[in-house]
Design a protein around this ligand. Structure first.
Ligand code: HEC
Length: 122
């Protein structure tokens, strides 16, 4: 009798603990999911831009007369301020990626950190 009721209590507790854990994990520890230290062009930035932007902005597509293929082309848009504006959906530019959901917060944070570090070709 005592054994089964404490088992019930234990499993009830376990359920509570896991439910709470899943509820708040992302809110409490967003930095665990998104590392913005030493963001590099060759892996992280290139992967975000090629996945989300190259369909319209590689050298061949060149939508809106904008190519983002390669470091030099992308750096031009960093220097004129357009890159951050379009991904942040600021006014005065077309929000990008065009007709698609905004980039996930971590991708935006990585691009912001990379630009803040001087957009190195690393
Ligand atoms: C589905 C096609 C498409 C995708 C995907 C896309 N763009 Fe564009 N982009 C365009 C078009 C078309 C234009 C020309 C302006 C317009 O028509 O809105 C443009 C314009 C731009 C401009 C110039 C700013 C302006 O106001 O004209 C920048 C910078 C840009 N895009 C960056 C990006 C970035 C960065 C991504 C990825 C995060 C991206 N684009 C994804 C189609 C696209």
């Amino acid at each position: 009798m005592l054994k089964s009721s404490s088992l019930l209590l234990l499993s009830g507790l376990a359920l509570l603990v896991t439910a709470c854990y899943y509820d708040v994990e992302e809110e409490l520890y967003p930095t665990l999911e998104c590392l913005t230290d030493n963001v590099n062009y060759s892996e992280e930035i290139l992967s975000i831009i090629s996945t989300n932007c190259y369909s319209c902005h590689n050298a061949a597509s060149n939508f809106g007369n904008v190519t983002l293929e390669g470091y030099a082309a992308l750096k031009t848009r960093v220097d004129n301020g357009q890159l951050l504006k379009v991904i942040r959906h600021e006014s005065g530019v077309s929000p990008m990626p065009k007709n698609q959901p905004q980039l996930v917060a971590c991708d935006i944070a990585k691009i912001e950190a990379w630009v803040a570090a001087g957009a190195p070709n690393n």
